[in-house]
Design a protein around this ligand. Structure first.
Ligand SMILES: NC(=O)c1ccc[n+]([C@@H]2O[C@H](COP(=O)([O-])OP(=O)(O)OC[C@H]3O[C@@H](n4cnc5c(N)ncnc54)[C@H](OP(=O)(O)O)[C@@H]3O)[C@@H](O)[C@H]2O)c1
Length: 259
């Protein structure tokens, strides 16, 4: 059985991947979708051209991980694609966020880094030549970001993990692509807090466009998928401008936003 697995499939980019994957990989038998909001996953069945198998649950808890592991061992599927899209961020200083919820930043590290790695480790034994892993990193991975501190750090992990893993599995013909968009119009900001920054609002991308580019870049064997000229510019700047200067500019920008 040929399958794709998509985490975070109940909304935003994960949902969009489920809608588009079937058009890129015509031979898939099923897409296995994972998220906490099961009713959203049920609704997705009506818009996916590939049959779905639903795994409803919290990736930070044991049951959904155990159910997935068991299904993998029972079905021994040929995993053609894994999309790790489950993730969240929180805007604000580390201290402010601690004041609101002392565990949330640790949960962010658990979901964005540990759950993503765990899912990758579960799936790798079922991958072979031509299989693909798409990990949702972010343009926030390019350099540290005050007032998005933990989130940006988790995404740096995802970018570094994906690129190095991609080199390791290249010989086997497996492609790993880190997707690094700037702001994308999804429910992400309902959880993270709205962005007031006018510049960020101006470069806000649409999720179908980001996902389509990610799937094309993955098919072309690219290690990174960066959507839009502004984010490509940000990536280049993060390589050549000293991070101490970028940090100063970011801090000035953040202060401006809060005035
Ligand atoms: N939107 C942006 O501006 C942006 C930019 C760059 C990168 N990204 C990254 O792209 C990825 C997708 O984000 P998005 O924009 O599509 O946001 P989104 O619409 O909020 O989607 C997040 C997904 O993660 C799932 N999720 C959250 N916590 C979970 C948990 N504990 N267990 C299982 N699933 C969980 C959510 O489903 P349930 O709530 O149903 O569990 C949802 O399906 C994230 O990794 C995000 O960091 C987003």
């Amino acid at each position: 059985m040929k399958i794709a697995i998509v985490t975070g499939a109940s909304s935003g980019m994960g949902r969009e991947f489920v809608k588009q994957i079937g058009y890129f990989y015509r031979t898939l038998d099923e897409i296995w979708v994972i998220a906490r909001r099961g009713e959203r996953l049920q609704e997705l069945q009506y818009v996916s051209i590939v049959p779905l198998r639903i795994f409803e649950g919290d990736l930070l808890k044991r049951p959904v991980n155990a159910a997935l592991k068991e299904a993998l061992s029972k079905e021994q599927p040929d995993i053609r694609m894994l999309v790790n899209a489950a993730g969240f961020g929180k805007c604000g200083s580390v201290e402010e966020i601690l004041g609101e919820d002392k565990n949330i930043q640790l949960e962010m590290i658990d979901l964005n880094c540990i759950a993503l790695s765990r899912m990758t480790f579960y799936c790798m034994p079922f991958m072979s030549k031509g299989s693909r892993i798409i990990n949702l990193a972010s343009a926030a991975a390019f350099c540290p970001q005050p007032l998005f501190t933990v989130y940006a750090a988790t995404k740096s992990y995802v970018l570094s993990f994906s690129r190095a893993l991609g080199e390791e599995v290249r010989q086997k013909g497996i492609v790993v692509t880190a997707v690094c968009p700037g702001p994308v119009d999804t429910e992400f900001f309902d959880v993270s807090g709205r962005i007031e920054n006018v510049w960020k609002q101006m470069v806000m991308a649409k999720s179908p466009d980001v996902v389509r580019k990610a799937l094309i870049d993955s098919r072309r064997g690219k290690g990174m998928s960066v959507y839009g000229t502004a984010m490509k510019g940000a990536r280049i700047a993060s390589k050549f401008v000293p991070h101490s200067l970028i940090l100063k500019l970011e801090t000035m920008g953040c202060k401006g936003d809060r005035q």
